[in-house]
Structure formats: structure tokens, C-alpha cells
Design a binder for this molecule. Structure first.
Ligand code: G3H
Length: 496
């Protein structure tokens, strides 16, 4: 149990006396007294108020000091040295952080370890990219008689917020590049995936100058409006839902011009055409739709299968789904674990009910598809799905349930993607090069990434991670994130 009592502001720990918010694991534990399954408390964190938010904002603003603060004016090499020291301390906390990822959001041991290691790699790769950018931007160029140096400089104060599904990796996807570019940070961890940061507070304090990183705890709706309304947030770096992001941006007096780097909604579609290799497609669809219980922004969230192969595809899919092991994160080879959001089981049930009321079926019912046992949700395949099933057809389920839509003409999935409010990724499964090339032509300007005969995914992290429409603003990958969290400064003179 981790009772987090410290708030890091201005390089000092405030010892919080209360109130605290309890954190429960998605894992239910058998109670000794009642013998029934009960929620299991794994810790608590401070419910801070506006007062702490303002203190944190003042500290970050002072540490930036119009770009003259110690951190923004430090050489890139010195900032990198501070970050390398941080990596070293972070690596020493691998075990407790991985354990917390397991207990807080129920990632399997393998996935939790992967998230930690991937994050460390991400930081190291960001350092390499920064060295390259710094070398290039230190050069002086002459263009049309003007002598100039174009340097990437920090914006100022960055408010960083990450999601619960990759609490470490995606929070650091903006926090680390923002820091390396010389910005100062206000950092609010996700409500689930918050306790793991307790193991990094000392490292934040020891590795970076006073006020450079400040933590915010408490409910977002309590602690963030005052920050946004202040007009002193120079960048909002947020990964989560577009509803929350838009709500925050609206609070800013500079809503129209506020610089925001955002990773938002996605309803990524998979298209299985009549020539696809069914075994291969099934395997990729399972990985794409059900890894970490479908709780990934990049998950495949709806599948369009050509009607001529739908029966074969569905049969194979159900067969393979029945082999997935459902259990606790520490079980050997476990694939489906408890869902992280407390309200998710009820939501999945709503999706199922709506689908059944409109002619859909759980086609893997025989092997337990759709059975919900507290937070453990057996993966469900729903077929045939149509537009009357609003939740499954249009909304992001972020859970282990997959809608399958039969189609007759390629225009049907293409139209769906064009009309969608989101535009992150798409997967096309086909063995016909002409079909593939037609899909690419139609969809290239609709989504950020097209995957051919492979699931949707963000990695390798060096690739651009972005999206169109409500899916993203800016590009979140290594070099691009450094660009997104800095701004060009030109010093120019006439070349006589
Ligand atoms: O939730 C969104 C993540 O960035 C997805 O990353 O595709 O590597 O699982 P991933």
C-alpha cells in the first residue's frame, strides 16, 4: 500500500495532511470476514486544491523566468546530463514501478515491464534526437543576404497530463521532451496510474532545479481550471479524451491561440477484404483489438469484413479467442486481465444490450464471450454490427469487445472512415495489391497511419504518432515531440 503524502512544488515537498483520495485496484480480493469479493485498497493520494495549483504555477513560472531561469538557460549538454542522472535513478526503481503498474491498472507482468523498458528507451532516444537537433540549430546560415541563427527554444510553462492506460509511457511522451527543451513543468498524473509516480518524486527533486517540475494532485476538474484561466500555461500537453481536452482549452483566455499538443480519441477500423489471409488477419486482429483488454488508443475498435469470407473469418476468430487466457496480471501467459476503469464492466454490458436489441449477437458465447465477473470481462465478438448500435458502431469502447460489420463494396468501410470524427489509424488486410493501393489512395488523407496486413499500433516510437480530426493535434514521436514542445527563435542580421 502506498499512501502518497508529498506534493513536489518549487523543489520542496509539501507534507499533505489531508484530505486524501483512496486508490483501489481493479483486482477484487476475497474478504476473510464476508467471504465475498471486495475492492482492494492499494493506497491514497492528496486531494489538493486551487491553492496548491497556484503555488505550483507560480513556481514553474518563476523557474522559467521569461527564459532566463537556470533550467531554460542551461546548455543542452547540461540538461542532458541532468536527464541521464534521472534515467539512472528511474532505472533503480524499476521493480516497484512495474509492480504498481500491475496493481493500479492491471497490465500483465510482461506488459508492465514492457511499458517501463519502453519508456526508458524513449527517454534515451529523445536525448539522441536532441543532440542532433542542437547541432543543426547551432549553425549560422546565410540566405538572400541575411545571416541568421534559428534555434529551438522552450515555450515556457507546460501542463502535462497523461492517460491511465500508459500512465508512465504516455505521460513521459510529452513531459520528457518538454523538459529537455528547457520548459518548466506542471504535471498531473492520471487518477489510475498515479501511485507509481511516488517512486520518482525524489528523482524529480534531486535531478532538476527548483520549480522545474511541480506535481499536481486532486481531481482534474478542481485543480486544472484555475491554471487554464490564469493564461499562464504556455502549452497544454494532454493525452486523453477530446472532451476533457476541449473543456480545458475553453477555460484559457487564449483558447484560440493556445499551443496544445494532444493525443485524443480514436475509432480505428480494420478492413478484411475478400483476398485476405484469414489466419494471419485473425491473429493480428486479436492482438490489435484485445491487447491490454482493448484499452489502447491505437486498438482496433471496429472490423469490416467482406461478406464473402465473413463466416470463415468469424469462425476462426472465435476459435482463437477461446484460447486466450483470462485471469490475473501475474498469471502465466495471461492475455485478458481485469479492466482498469471501475465503470467499464457496466458500459460493456450496455454495448452488448444495445447490440442484441438491434439484431447483433455475441458469436463467441459458447466459450464465455461477454461474461462479466466483477472487473474481469471475457472478450466478446459482436456480429453483425450496424449503425443502429450507436455505442459499438460510433463510440470508442476502450474495452474487450469487438464489433464486426460485414461489407459488400469497398466504399462501405471507406465511407465509414471518412465520416468518422476520428482519424488516427486503419488496418487493411488483403493479398491483392490493387485493392491495397485503392484503399491507400482513398484513406491516406483520412488517418495518420495505414497498416497493411498488420494491426494498428504506435510503435516503433520513432515513427510519427499523430492523427486527423478529433484524434490528435501535433505529432508525438521522438524528434517531432521535441519540435512540438519548442518554438523557433530567429536571430538575424544583414550579411554585409
Ligand atoms: O494508447 C495509446 C498508446 O500510445 C498505444 O501505444 O500502440 O504501442 O500500444 P501502442
Amino acid at each position: 500500500i502506498v499512501n502518497q503524502t508529498k506534493i513536489l512544488i518549487n523543489g520542496e515537498f509539501i507534507e499533505w495532511k489531508g484530505p486524501f483520495q483512496d486508490v483501489f485496484s481493479p483486482i477484487y480480493i476475497q474478504s476473510e470476514s464476508t467471504n465475498s469479493l471486495e475492492k482492494f485498497k492499494i493506497g491514497s493520494y492528496p486531494i489538493a486544491t486551487n491553492k496548491e495549483s497556484i503555488r505550483a504555477l507560480d513556481a514553474a513560472t518563476k523557474a522559467f523566468n521569461g527564459g532566463k531561469g537556470e533550467w531554460p538557460s542551461m546548455s543542452v549538454n547540461d540538461r542532458i546530463m541532468a536527464m541521464e542522472n534521472f534515467i539512472h535513478k528511474m532505472e533503480s526503481q524499476r521493480e516497484p514501478i512495474v509492480k504498481m503498474i500491475i496493481w493500479e491498472i492491471c497490465k500483465s507482468v510482461k506488459d508492465a515491464e514492457k511499458e517501463f523498458d519502453r519508456t526508458v528507451e524513449y527517454i534515451k532516444d529523445t536525448i539522441i534526437a536532441l543532440k542532433k537537433i542542437d547541432k543543426e540549430s547551432s549553425q549560422i546560415k546565410t540566405v538572400s543576404g541575411v545571416l541568421a541563427q534559428v534555434k529551438k527554444l522552450p515555450y515556457g510553462v507546460v501542463l502535462c497530463m497523461g492517460p491511465y492506460n500508459y500512465p508512465l509511457n504516455e505521460t513521459f511522451a510529452t513531459l520528457i521532451p518538454a523538459l529537455l527543451m528547457g520548459n518548466t513543468i506542471l504535471f498531473k498524473p492520471p487518477r489510475q496510474g498515479i501511485l507509481l509516480f511516488s517512486y520518482l518524486l525524489d528523482a524529480f527533486k534531486e535531478c532538476f532545479p527548483q520549480g522545474v517540475i511541480n506535481t499536481l494532485y486532486g481531481r482534474g476538474r478542481d485543480v486544472t481550471p484555475v491554471l487554464m484561466q490564469s493564461g499562464k500555461i504556455d502549452v497544454l500537453a494532454f493525452i486523453g479524451s477530446s472532451k476533457v481536452a476541449n473543456g480545458m482549452i475553453k477555460e484559457s483566455p487564449f483558447a484560440n491561440s493556445l499551443h496544445a499538443v494532444l493525443g485524443l480519441d480514436a475509432k480505428n477500423a480494420g478492413i478484411i477484404d475478400e483476398t485476405a489471409n484469414i489466419d494471419w488477419a485473425v491473429n493480428e486482429v486479436i492482438q490489435g483489438a484485445f491487447s491490454f483488454n482493448g484499452q489502447r488508443c491505437t486498438a482496433l475498435k471496429i472490423i469490416f469484413v467482406h461478406s464473402s469470407i465473413a463466416d470463415n473469418f468469424n469462425k476462426k476468430l472465435c476459435e482463437e479467442i477461446s484460447k486466450l487466457s483470462v485471469g490475473m496480471p501475474w498469471d502465466n501467459n495471461v492475455f485478458i486481465t481485469p479492466v482498469a476503469e471501475p465503470e467499464k464492466p457496466e458500459y460493456i454490458q450496455k454495448c452488448i444490450d444495445e447490440a442484441i436489441a438491434n439484431g447483433g449477437e455475441i458469436i463467441n458465447k459458447e466459450s464465455g464471450g461477454g461474461i462479466i465477473n466483477y472487473s474481469l470481462v471475457n472478450p466478446a465478438i459482436i456480429y453483425p454490427v450496424n449503425e443502429k448500435m450507436n455505442l459499438l458502431y460510433n463510440k470508442e469502447q476502450f474495452g474487450p469487445i469487438l464489433p464486426i460489420v460485414p461489407y459488400y463494396y469497398p466504399e462501405e468501410p471507406i465511407d465509414y472512415i471518412i465520416k468518422s470524427n476520428t482519424g488516427q489509424q486503419v488496418s487493411i488486410f488483403s493479398n491483392n495489391t490493387e485493392n491495397i493501393s485503392n484503399f491507400i489512395k482513398s484513406l491516406r488523407c483520412q488517418v495518420g497511419r495505414i497498416n497493411i496486413n498488420s494491426q494498428c499500433q504506435r510503435g516503433p516510437d520513432v515513427f510519427s504518432f499523430n492523427g486527423r480530426k478529433n484524434s490528435a493535434k501535433g505529432t508525438l514521436s521522438i524528434t517531432e515531440a521535441l519540435y512540438a514542445l519548442s518554438i523557433d527563435s530567429v536571430i538575424a542580421t544583414k550579411d554585409n
